[in-house]
Design a protein around this ligand. Sequence first.
Ligand code: FES
Length: 125
Amino acid sequence: MKLTLNGRRIVEDVAPDMTLFDFLRSHGCKSVKCGCETTSCGLCTVWLDERPVLSCAVPMARVEGRAVTTLEGLQAESAGLARCMAEEGAEQCGFCSPGLIMNVLALARAAADDPSLVATREDLS
Ligand code: FES
């Protein structure tokens, strides 16, 4: 199959029922973690064509010809958020930080296109 991983083109034989999570881990994407394998925790979040997905629930057959992005591919974009989380004591052990950061960055990009997605203080109270 053919896909793009963090901007790098990959052509490789892959079992169609292999999960995207297992594929990514076998390609050195150690930011992608598994906490449940039941689509409950979000630790395995990556982007598929720039939209967040739970990689533990995506069979590789659905990835053909698509672009996959992990935190390894967003180092510059994620640096400020990661630093903020560390400074504010929000990272705790750091195990779940990559999945959280992938979702926050996806929301930030979506909100740049649609400002109505930005929560106000009133929305949060
Ligand atoms: S490992 Fe928990 S949602 Fe994928």
